[in-house]
Design a protein around this ligand. Structure first.
Ligand code: ADP
Length: 459
């Protein structure tokens, strides 16, 4: 039995920021992850590789738009080269993380799968046998995994793992992609592949894609998506089969049995938390969304923290990083909840083409809570940068409390959404008001001008 100050189960965004902070404070740290590399699913099959592909789609779209505005030349995708670019980014970032790890003396990254033996003991199954650790502190950050529903033939579908992992399974552009699931992964992937030239049919069980997002924002986004993405809602998929073309999907819609044929099927019905063996047995409560935690991210055992996707609160990489640091601070404070994660101001971007982003309270949440909002507006139709880019759809909405005009939330649809929502989120998390935003000289000619102008639309 080896002794460590901190063991992290997983080496993703919920784990490594704390691991580094504690190692720098002189604690001995072991991170355990079956991948044997740092960064979890974000770099392996999530945010980074998908955005590497998205940027190619953005450039392709822009090039097409500018074909009669001074840009000419090839406007075709070389899928294999694009994958090579994606793989190279992943490899480069893995190298960078390896160097970061090597620079800190008291951290070890152990390739293996961890399981709890007791509240202070963790066993790790590695390729060469089992190692056991006595841990003063534990951060449970085992993340989430693709959920495979019990549909006959589900194994014939690809998942985001198969599209985005290094050296992915999907190596060429399909003619017709069928996506099961209208969450952000399904919809983003649908729009990238459509931009590359594929026909896409997206099958969504409910009546709205992007379940959980403000319906008014979804209603503005969907008409702007590539017409090669056909969205069918109210679909109950009953089976996936092999067919001459590739795959056949059978489903029920409006009381009728229907079917579709495509080259491949992407199963994207969601992700679920990964709960390491022994978690429940040692008395850690696991609810519907994941491991249950208190405000300081502690489980029922004050020395065991659960950060990131595993607690299901806000399953986004940047939220996991912040949670990891909160756990580190509370560990350094002697397992007192001195620091707290702010789950109400985490910017969320759906990186479709165009993107939609939101933060804080939006109108449907306000309505559900019986709250009134005052809305500041700015449309990209009047925006200089949007006009230069010929992307004038969408705009910025800021939602303020009627009493005092404190910024409670906002959304951005269209250009630079993923960037702008960060500034809006920072303002909301800092308690700024419409007056504060209105008197800030946002830089010209950037889309950030729209934030000040949306605030000034109230005065
Ligand atoms: P987060 O961003 O919440 O940290 P990720 O899903 O990116 O989540 O990373 C979690 C990591 O934890 C993944 O690399 C996953 O392989 C790893 N993991 C999952 N289960 C275990 C386990 N039992 N032992 C060690 N690592 C695990």
């Amino acid at each position: 039995m080896q002794s460590v100050d901190l063991l992290t189960i997983g080496a993703g965004g919920g784990a490594y920021p704390a691991a580094f902070r504690l190692a720098k404070a002189g604690r001995s740290v072991v991170m355990v992850d079956p991948k044997g590399v740092m960064s979890g699913n974000c770099l392996y099959e999530g945010c980074i590789p998908s955005k590497a592909m998205r940027e190619t789609a953005v450039m392709l779209q822009s090039q097409r738009r500018f074909a009669t505005r001074g840009l000419s030349g090839s406007m075709r995708i070389d899928y294999a080269q694009m994958i090579a670019h994606k793989d190279a980014i992943q490899a480069r970032r893995y190298q960078q993380h390896a160097a970061e790890l090597a620079a800190v003396p008291n951290i070890r990254l152990l390739q293996g799968v961890a399981r709890f033996l007791s509240p202070h003991e963790v066993a790790v199954t590695t390729a060469t046998g089992e190692q056991c650790f006595h841990c003063a502190q534990i951060i449970l950050a085992s993340g989430s995994e693709v959920f495979a529903p019990p549909i006959p033939g589900a194994h014939l579908c690809l998942s985001s793992h198969d599209l985005y992992k290094p050296d992915p399974t999907l190596k060429k552009l399909p003619g017709h992609l069928i996506v099961i699931g209208g969450g952000y992964i399904g919809l983003e992937t649908a729009t990238f592949l459509a931009a590359f030239g594929a026909q896409v049919t997206l099958l969504q069980r409910g009546e709205q894609v992007l379940d959980g997002m403000d319906p008014a924002l979804v209603a503005q986004l969907t008409p702007l998506l590539d017409p090669r993405v056909r969205i069918l809602t109210g679909v109950d998929v009953t089976a996936v089969e092999a067919s001459r073309r590739g795959r056949r999907v059978r489903y029920r819609r409006k009381g009728k049995n229907e079917q579709l044929e495509g080259d491949i099927v992407l199963m994207a019905v969601g992700r679920r938390p990964v709960i390491p063996a022994g978690t429940v047995e040692i008395g850690i409560a696991v609810g519907k969304k994941g491991v249950e935690v208190g405000a300081g991210l502690q489980t029922a055992h004050p020395h065991i923290y659960a950060c990131g996707d595993v607690n299901g609160r806000v399953p986004l990489f940047h939220a996991a990083v912040r949670q990891s640091l909160v756990a580190a601070h509370n560990i350094l404070g002697g397992n007192q909840p001195l620091d707290y994660a702010d789950f109400s101001h985490v910017p969320t971007t759906i990186f479709t083409l165009p993107a939609a982003a939101y933060v804080g309270i939006t109108p449907d949440q306000a309505a559900a809570r019986g709250m009134a909002l005052v809305t500041g507006r700015y449309d990209f139709a009047e925006d200089a940068r949007a006009q230069i880019l010929e992307r004038t759809e969408g705009g910025i909405r800021l939602f303020f409390a009627p009493d005092g005009l404190r910024l409670l939330g906002g959304w951005v649809l269209g250009i630079d959404a993923g960037h702008l929502i960060g500034q809006i989120g920072m303002a909301a998390a800092s308690g700024l008001t419409a007056y504060d935003l209105a008197r800030f000289a946002d830089q010209h000619p950037t889309s950030a001008e729209g934030i000040g102008k949306a605030a000034r639309s109230l005065f």
